[in-house]
Design a protein around this ligand. Sequence first.
Ligand code: MF3
Ligand code: CO
Ligand code: CO
Length: 264
Amino acid sequence: MVIKNSTDLEKMRIAGRLASEVLDFIAVHVKPGVTTGELDRLCHDYITEVQKAVPAPLNYAPSGYKPFPKSICTSVNHQVCHGIPGDRVLRNGDIVNLDITVIKDGYHGDTSRMFVVGEGSVQARRLCEITFECMWLGIQAVKPGAHLGDIGHAIQRHAESNGFSVVREFCGHGIGTKFHEEPQVLHYGRPGTLEELSAGMIFTIEPMINAGRREIRELADGWTIVTKDHSLSAQWEHTVLVTEGGFEVLTQSAGTPAAPGLQH
Ligand code: MF3
Ligand code: CO
Ligand code: CO
């Protein structure tokens, strides 16, 4: 959406903060032995009972999809995105993306982080860290007059120069009173191409980066996306506002990991 007034913006800031606070809350529960279904239940109860907000994924049904059956997405190891919480037990060394979208007062906040369960391998930790940097390089390309292609290019360049690949089939998205809307924010591309950014636009940046090849496939559950070659995949997501001076990250809370110190 494009912000029209300060009331709109204040409500988007609140929704963004709440989504991020769900991740702060759940972080201590992500440890060996917990199931993804337990993480979902804890988040669902926190969102509905403490935050008095609505978990946007629950029963979300874009055209061509059956309703998503849970309140958060949990994507483990070679699962790229849209993993459905269930009986799966997290083990030492797993990596898991928790993707939270809340609706508060009609406005959406959408954010995700990677968690390493116990001690992860060097390769798994590196994939999570490079993907975090990819998200931030995309965010730092945001300012009025820049183009969507600048964001995609910054992400693709960093992923591929580290030997990883960018998933093409899913992208960031405009967000506001709707969960997913225009524009599409591709995580690959060429500088100076696609739509020009202007102050007031709000969209997510949520790169999915694979340790192996970029190809994906969908599981028979109709939602879960996995890497075709079963290589590990990571994702981070923030909801971002274009400001006169550059950008403002709306999905921020006390536990939000600080932006990386990137040397470029
Ligand atoms: N939160 C995801 C995104 O970043 C969308 C999840 S749709 C769901 O866009 F139905 F799977 F929850
Ligand atoms: Co999103
Ligand atoms: Co999301």
